[in-house]
Design a protein around this ligand. Structure first.
Ligand code: GUN
Length: 310
């Protein structure tokens, strides 16, 4: 998995139960910018990220604009290819061109795609060494088999970073921990479980149909909620002293953003918990930049950079 170095053992979070994803992501992006700059000085290569977006999904447009902005802030070459409508053949040809473009090291096709476009066919067309989303079966297969060098999807990679930062402040490790992942998507739940297994956690995967969810939660020292339903995990289910990572971003009727976990009640029991917003969300883009930086290093034949626990 990730090469890791430890820095700055005194985290700002050491006295707080809130895991501040916004500030952890900001520090990571700052480190990525510095590494991108020194890579550019050594290699004359600027890490390049291309994002393809099709259709008029407003949420997707906001996400893509945020990715573009952060990539530019980090000093990356950033390309956004936006089309209202496109045929499958045209989209595949666009990906072929990006696969062949030496200025582009990472390619992301924003999901969901509009009806009529085959997500799986499109993702499989991305060259695996430019698949910074980690969605190609070559990358997900490598992750499941524990083979080094796979690109890992950005959200679970971001969760793992938050967990490592938190455990570091607690002078603890994942080894042998009871971890419960609630959610089984290809983007979050399954890769999250694989990452935790690779860290020697004891991993259970649950989902919206799991019958004994309260009991499973009560024995989870680490709880990752990625089920996509507001307040699905009740605060009283959370084990005393658990680390809780809430991946959910659900829009309430009044417009507020809600996580998958009942935050106020869970916070009273957890040792540490991510808020929504400001927890996992900012980590996803930081990890996209990280994967792109890694892809650029690999393309240049350079040693893989190291992610810092800061
Ligand atoms: N849509 C929502 N999250 C993601 C993501 O992480 N990657 C892509 N490609 N599309 C998304």
């Amino acid at each position: 998995m990730e090469n890791t170095t430890i820095e700055n053992s005194a985290s700002e979070n050491s006295n707080s139960k809130i895991i501040d994803g916004k500030s952890i992501a900001a520090r990571l992006v700052e480190d990525i910018s510095q590494q991108a700059q020194s890579f550019r000085q050594k290699s004359a290569i600027q890490p390049g990220l291309a994002v393809c977006i099709v259709g008029d999904n407003p949420a997707s447009r906001v996400y893509v604009r945020a990715k573009e902005k952060r990539a530019q802030q980090a000093g990356f070459h950033s390309l956004v290819l936006q089309k209202e409508a496109i045929s499958q053949e045209e989209l595949l040809a666009q990906i072929d061109a990006l696969n062949d473009d030496p200025k582009i090291h990472g390619i992301l096709v924003q999901l969901p795609l509009p009806q009529g476009l085959e997500e799986r066919t499109v993702i499989e067309r991305i060259a695996p060494h430019k698949d910074v989303d980690g969605f190609h079966t070559e990358n997900s297969g490598k992750l499941m088999c524990g083979i080094e060098g796979a690109f890992v999807p950005c959200t679970p990679l971001g969760c793992l970073h938050l967990i490592r930062c938190q455990l570091h402040t607690m002078r603890d490790s994942l080894e042998g921990k009871n971890a419960l992942v609630v959610g089984r998507s290809n983007i979050v739940g399954k890769p999250m479980a694989a990452l935790l297994l690779a860290e020697n956690a004891t991993v259970t995967i649950a989902h919206s149909k799991t019958r004994n969810l309260p009991e499973l939660c009560q024995s989870a020292e680490l709880l990752i909620a990625a089920v996509g339903r507001a307040n699905f995990i009740k605060g009283e289910w959370v084990k005393q002293g658990a680390i809780v990572i809430d991946v959910g971003i659900n829009r309430a009727e009044n417009g507020a953003l809600l996580g998958d976990v009942e935050f106020d009640k869970a916070q009273k029991r957890a040792a540490a918990i991510t808020p929504v917003p400001g927890g996992v969300g900012p980590m996803t883009i930081a990890m996209l930049l990280w994967n792109t930086l890694v892809a650029a290093h690999k393309a240049a034949g350079f040693k893989k950079p190291e992610i810092k626990i800061i």
